[in-house]
Every structure is written in structure tokens, then in C-alpha cells.
Design a protein around this ligand. Structure first.
Ligand code: SAH
Ligand code: MG
Length: 217
């Protein structure tokens, strides 16, 4: 049976949430999460921002009876800082003078009725990955777009994907003319395929779904 699409109220919550996940790619992410959830292991996202994609992972996790985990330091990526194209002034904590997307994330998940299905980890992705030891059904990489960050996300999290589990990468742009924030996600996608540990399961716009088929990530 193909995985069920999100219910209208989940789709509505997703569409009204602040963030960077288009609907078509969001539906592909949800389908991947629903399928992977059947392994009975947690789903993990790198790059929470305000919880837009986390809604979809949380919904799929609820359906599968597993937990969605989402990791972010909540201080924003390079291109989201003041003066950059993807900056949103309302995400700045005036007391601290830095971005803080955690409060918006919490409101988003609360409004969607999905708080119980998500565990948010506030921290830098490589620092969290360094002590991680639980096999995962799905890893969704949507964090920093520099080579340093994307590579660390791949190296830190891909080894934890269970056999048959899925690696999902956002913002994969094979043509440099299409990219907005660099081709680092494309480069980790190529690396995953070249490792022999993953095969491509689907491609929807800039979202790639790879299946873990072997060791040697
Ligand atoms: N998935 C979100 C968009 C994520 S934007 C959506 O659906 O809208 C990228 C996020 O990655 C930002 O919130 C930024 O703070 C986070 N990020 C970037 N580099 C990171 C790192 N090294 N560790 C943790 N989070 C990081
Ligand atoms: Mg993205």
C-alpha cells in the first residue's frame, strides 16, 4: 500500500507555517517519512527553522507510532542572517540581538496538534551527531548550505540510517544556474550515491530520497 497523504488539516498547518519547504517537495518528504516509519525507528531532521517540514515528519511519525526528532541551533544559517536574502526580521530575539526560531517552532507544532510526536534538540548538528547512537529510519538533511555544514551533516548522520532506511536531502541543484544557496547539498547527494551505501528512490524538484542498501557510508 502506498503511504497515505497528509490529512487536510495537516496540509493546512504545513502551508500556513513559516519556512522554506514547497508543497510538492513537502508531500514527497511526507511520503518518504511514512514509508520509512514502518521500520519502527525514529525519523530525524537537521534544520528545524520554524517547524514547517517538521509538521510533516511529526504527522508521519504519529501515523507510524514512532518519534520525529529535529535538530537546530535555532540561530539561523548564513543566508538567513540580517542583511542576507533569506533574512526574516521577525525571527530576531531583540534582547539577544540574534535569530531565535525556537519560539515560532513551538507555536507551529502546538497549533498543528503535533507537539507530542516531536522531540526538538537545540544544538549544532555535528555536536549532537557526535554522541548519537540510535539507528534511524530516516534522516532529512535541510541544515546549513556551506560545504562545511552539509558535509558534517552527511558524515554525522548518514551512518545512523538503518538498512532499508531513507536519506532525504533538500536543495539539491545539479545545475548551478538553478541554485540559490550553493551546491553543497548536491555534492553530498553525489557522495552518498558514490559510497555505494545508497541508491536513489525518488526525486521531486530539489528533494532527493535515497535508500540505504549497504555499509560503507
Ligand atoms: N526545514 C526548514 C528549513 C530549514 S532552514 C523548513 O521546512 O522550513 C535551515 C536551518 O538549519 C536553520 O534554521 C539553521 O539555524 C539550521 N542550521 C544551519 N546550520 C546548522 C548546524 N550546523 N547545526 C544545527 N542547525 C543548523
Ligand atoms: Mg531547504
Amino acid at each position: 500500500m502506498p503511504p497515505a497523504a497528509p490529512k487536510p488539516e495537516i496540509l493546512a498547518a504545513f502551508e500556513s507555517a513559516k519556512g522554506f519547504m514547497p508543497v510538492r517537495e513537502g508531500l514527497a518528504l511526507h511520503a518518504a517519512a511514512a514509508e520509512a516509519g514502518r521500520l519502527g525507528l525514529p525519523l530525524l531532521e537537521v534544520g528545524t527553522y520554524c517547524g514547517r517540514s517538521a509538521i510533516l515528519l511529526a504527522d508521519a511519525a504519529r501515523e507510524a507510532g514512532v518519534t520525529a526528532i529535529t535538530v537546530d541551533h535555532h540561530r539561523g544559517s548564513e543566508e538567513q542572517q540580517p542583511g542576507w536574502e533569506y533574512h526574516d526580521e521577525s525571527t530576531v530575539d531583540p534582547e539577544v540581538g540574534r535569530m531565535d526560531t525556537l519560539p515560532t517552532f513551538r507555536r507551529t507544532l502546538h497549533k498543528a496538534g503535533l507537539e507530542d510526536h516531536v522531540v526538538a534538540i537545540v544544538g549544532r548538528s555535528p555536536q549532537v551527531a557526535a554522541f548519537w547512537a540510535t539507528p534511524l529510519a530516516l534522516v532529512f538533511i535541510d541544515g546549513g548550505h556551506t560545504d562545511e555544514h552539509a558535509t558534517a551533516d552527511y558524515e554525522g548522520w548518514a551512518p545512523h540510517i538503518a538498512e532499508g532506511g531513507l536519506l532525504v536531502i533538500h536543495d539539491v541543484f545539479p545545475d548551478p544556474a538553478d541554485e540559490f544557496t550553493g551546491q553543497a547539498p548536491y555534492r553530498i547527494y553525489l557522495r552518498a550515491l558514490a559510497s555505494g551505501a545508497f541508491t536513489e528512490a525518488s526525486a521531486t524538484d530539489s528533494l532527493r530520497v535515497l535508500r540505504r542498501v549497504g555499509a560503507g557510508v
